[in-house]
Design a protein around this ligand. Structure first.
Ligand code: ITT
Length: 190
């Protein structure tokens, strides 16, 4: 396999996926106008498969999609699969403020990120990889790298938020980095 479609409209994910998969030497192309379907699933697995299959069908190429989210223990696992739509707000900054507001006065700040990566082939075959990282939410944002909830999230054992990390540092600890490491291992021939 030498060419795949990276089926995401999120530039932060594109950067992380391309960096993590570089050792495979695959040529990664963007969606190039292929629309992503509505995320009607109730699990990361369903939504990642919906996105990857739609792109594989439309292009005739293998397509890789990620569906991910942050699960906050004190909020009963919210926003989870609905992280991109949390509070029906327009951008990452507003969603982060919304989350901070919901967590005001909350001392249990444990949270985890989950990523499910699906590689779909035009013949309908699917590969699925899951990664998770546990950590805690800070009381204010730190760092300008990454995207989404990264400035609020301190992974267990780290002094840096995920927005204070380089791409390589984030890959080593993050949910997506862990899912992609499993894909990499499955596609690396010994
Ligand atoms: P695509 O569906 O086009 O891939 P998206 O951003 O809408 O892009 P999701 O539906 O999977 O992706 O939503 C995941 C949301 O969870 C994302 O928008 C962020 O708010 C959050 N999220 C996921 N991974 C994250 C990460 O590594 N760092 C920070 N926030 C993350």
């Amino acid at each position: 396999m030498n060419r795949i479609v990276v089926a995401t409209s999120n530039p932060g994910k594109v950067r992380e996926i391309e960096e993590a998969l570089a050792p495979l030497g695959w040529r990664c192309q963007g969606l190039e106008g292929v629309p992503l379907p509505e995320e009607t699933g109730t699990t990361y697995e369903e939504n990642a498969a919906l996105k990857a299959c739609a792109a594989a069908m439309a292009t005739g190429l293998p397509a890789l999609a990620d569906d991910s989210g942050i699960e906050v223990l004190a909020l009963g696992g919210q926003p989870g699969v609905y992280s991109a739509r949390f509070g029906n707000l327009g951008n990452d900054r507003e969603r982060n403020l919304h989350l901070l507001e919901k967590m005001r006065h909350q001392t249990d700040r444990r949270a985890k990120f989950v990523s499910v990566v699906v590689l779909a082939y035009p013949d309908g075959k699917l590969e699925e990889y899951r990664g998770e990282v546990e950590g805690q939410l800070l009381e204010g944002p730190r760092g300008d790298n990454g995207f989404g909830y990264d400035p609020l999230f301190l992974p267990v054992g780290s002094d840096l938020t995920m927005a204070e990390m380089s791409l390589e540092q984030k890959r080593a600890v993050s949910h997506r980095g862990r899912a992609l490491a499993k894909l990499l291992a499955a596609h690396t021939s010994y």
